[in-house]
Design a protein around this ligand. Structure first.
Ligand code: ADP
Length: 321
């Protein structure tokens, strides 16, 4: 199988300052500066491409140095980047990280907000011919809706990463997801909004499996949920008649033990690798999840987001069998 992955989403230029303490209002501090590519869409597209799937990335970029950075990085990885030109600046994020690893982030969506459903409609043929279409919520919800609809109409599998957690994911969008991939924070937000269930994000990992499964079934009755739990791995829940080759309707997949230095983008690595594995290998769902976990684990051994994505061969060499 050599199926294509299409990722619809954001590109941001990340500006990161590492400082001793986060600046208070009115305060000026100095910190070590670094810049690099980011945005959940771009990170996931690079992950999918490096995980071995021919990948297209639909995004919106400005007419500036950030756009040139996106195009040159995509080219270096053989990623098929197709951008809607915007008069707004290319998306950017200002990130402060303190000595304890806590952060404060401001995102300037800029061009990402101009990725509109009409432009996506021009790519309906590409979306419909994909094996997997993967989207997140850093671009307008109406665009994600249009992309997932076009994918469904063409018979592609849809994967929705409902991130970031502070962006609403409505019932219409959920209904278009074949696979939903929240982390703990996103899962808690979805349960609060859609199921009126309240629990803390850090309590999710220790909820009994049967209870997690019931929550997942209520959230996405016809699809699969892959809940990512950081260093605790992931939890999978399938609809009764759609186990995608798995024996169990729900199960946990432990994380690989690695020498983690930076978990930024681990979720993006996981999503891109899951989509790529699904598009290129005929195997049980649990095997795709295992590969995605290995790929994401390895991404935490390097600093950065897109730049830290490993390649399939590295993952296979590190975790044989
Ligand atoms: P997010 O970045 O969206 O918060 P997670 O932190 O849940 O996502 O990470 C996604 C996946 O990456 C996890 O399900 C796990 O497989 C892997 N992962 C994350 N952190 C670690 C870690 N410290 N060690 C090993 N694997 C990890």
């Amino acid at each position: 199988m050599g199926g294509r992955v299409v990722v619809v989403g954001s590109f941001n230029v990340d500006h990161v300052w590492r400082c001793q303490a986060l600046p208070q209002p009115g305060e000026t501090v100095s910190g070590a500066y670094a810049t690099g590519p980011g945005g959940k869409g771009f990170n996931q597209a690079i992950a999918a491409q490096r995980a071995g799937a021919s990948t297209s990335f639909l995004c919106a970029l400005g007419e500036d140095a950030g756009a040139q950075l996106a195009r040159s990085l995509a080219e270096a990885d053989g990623l098929d980047l197709r951008d809607r030109r915007s008069h707004a600046p290319t998306g950017s994020a200002g990130i402060y990280v303190d000595a304890q690893g806590r952060n404060s982030i401001v995102i300037g969506p800029g061009a990402n907000d101009d990725l509109d459903p009409e432009w996506i409609a021009d790519s309906a043929t590409l979306l419909a011919s994909a094996s997997v279409v993967l989207a997140q919520l850093e671009v307008p919800a109406s665009t994600v809706l249009a992309a997932l609809r076009a994918a469904r109409d063409g018979g592609a599998t849809t994967v929705l990463n409902p991130a970031p957690a502070n962006v609403a994911c409505d019932a219409q969008l959920l209904a278009l997801a074949d696979v939903l991939t929240p982390n703990e924070t996103e899962f808690a937000a979805l349960a609060r909004v859609h199921l009126s269930e309240t629990f803390q994000a850090d309590a999710v990992e220790s909820l009994p499996g049967a209870q997690l499964h019931a929550l997942c079934r209520a959230l996405l009755p016809a699809g699969s949920v892959v809940l990512t739990l950081g260093a605790a791995g992931s939890f999978v829940s399938h609809a009764p008649d759609r186990a995608h080759g798995d024996d169990a309707p729900w199960y946990r997949v432990p994380a690989e033990r690695v020498a983690t230095v930076d978990t930024t983008g681990a979720g993006d690595a996981f999503n891109g690798a899951l989509a790529a594995s699904w598009a290129t290998r005929a195997q049980a769902f649990a095997e795709h999840v295992r590969f995605a976990g290995r790929f994401a684990a390895l991404s935490t051994e390097s600093h950065g987001a897109a730049a830290a994505m490993p390649r399939r061969a590295e993952v296979e060499a590190r975790f044989p069998g």
